[in-house]
Design a binder for this molecule. Structure first.
Ligand code: GLU
Length: 272
């Protein structure tokens, strides 16, 4: 039983990450469990060793410690492939050949993560799919959410702040579970790994609240246990925008180099 902090080593950590880390370690302390560190590094083109090292340095500086070895998603591709096989055998995946440009030009309603996929490739015939695959056109794998939802039936999950939530995975539409360049995706990897690491409480930002509906569905389809969730507030800049990694001035590294202490960081985050 454990909780976890799961940053992606694709940039320097900022105040928002420090807050998320404090929340995760606090949750672990509350339930006398450990907080595991997981590096969400499946996007190898954006992952850099200096960012991984900075994560270790920043967290240690904040006074946080974690069991080793650190969990690396980049080493988990066989487990993600197995999960894709399970979903495929259930008839719940389809190849999507749409390009970024195709997705931009289709007028689609907005979902929590961007425009909802309108299902262009869901209606391709088997022959059309086979021809496109044979022609070498790259494809992602999407979840057929309508079928998946009807197969799983009604589901609920529990947010420790808000109580029981009826799962509404339709919010995210036919999510990508394997990217064109990487045979996994954030949604797939997070669900498979939270189960494999026996995570009992997932703490993460409110920005991922909608994703939890989809994660609950994937847990049901893959026959994995559902952890409890606690979604926390997001740290925003003076203009009310959520902090982003490209906002380098607020990296923990630069704050440290400017002479701030871990206590100053807690104060900036309104944590006492
Ligand atoms: N890797 C994600 C991020 O850096 C966190 C995912 C999660 O906690 O589920 O935003």
């Amino acid at each position: 039983m454990a909780t976890r902090f799961a940053p992606s080593p694709t940039g320097l950590l900022h105040l928002g990450h420090a807050f998320a880390a404090f929340m995760a370690w606090e949750e672990a302390a509350r339930s006398s469990t450990s907080c595991l560190l997981r590096l969400e590094d499946i996007d190898v083109s954006r992952t850099r060793p200096e960012f991984t090292n900075a994560i270790f340095t920043d967290l240690a500086w904040l006074g946080l410690s974690w069991p080793t070895p650190v969990w690396l998603q980049s080493q988990r591709m066989p487990a993600y492939a197995d999960a894709l096989t399970t979903l495929d055998r259930l008839g719940l995946l389809y190849p999507c050949f749409c390009t970024r440009q195709d997705l931009l030009t289709i007028d689609a309603p907005q979902g929590p993560d961007g425009p909802l996929y309108q299902g262009t490739c869901r209606s391709l015939s088997t022959m059309q799919r086979d021809d496109l695959i044979a022609s070498g056109k790259p494809f992602a794998l999407r979840l057929d959410s309508t079928r998946a939802i009807s197969l799983a039936g009604p589901l609920t999950w529990t947010d420790l702040n808000l109580g029981p939530q009826p799962a509404n995975p339709a919010l995210l539409g036919d999510a990508v579970l394997a990217r064109k360049d990487i045979r996994s995706s954030y949604h797939l990897a997070v669900v498979v790994d939270d189960a494999a690491q026996h995570i009992s409480v997932v703490t993460r930002g409110d920005d991922l609240f909608a994703s939890t509906h989809l994660h609950r569905l994937l847990q049901a389809l893959l026959n994995l246990p559902a952890p409890l969730y606690r979604h926390h507030r997001l740290i925003r800049d003076d203009l009310g925008r959520r902090l982003a990694k490209r906002d380098g001035a607020r990296s923990l590294q630069s704050l440290r180099q400017n002479g701030l202490s871990p206590a100053d960081i807690r104060q900036l985050l309104d944590l006492h």
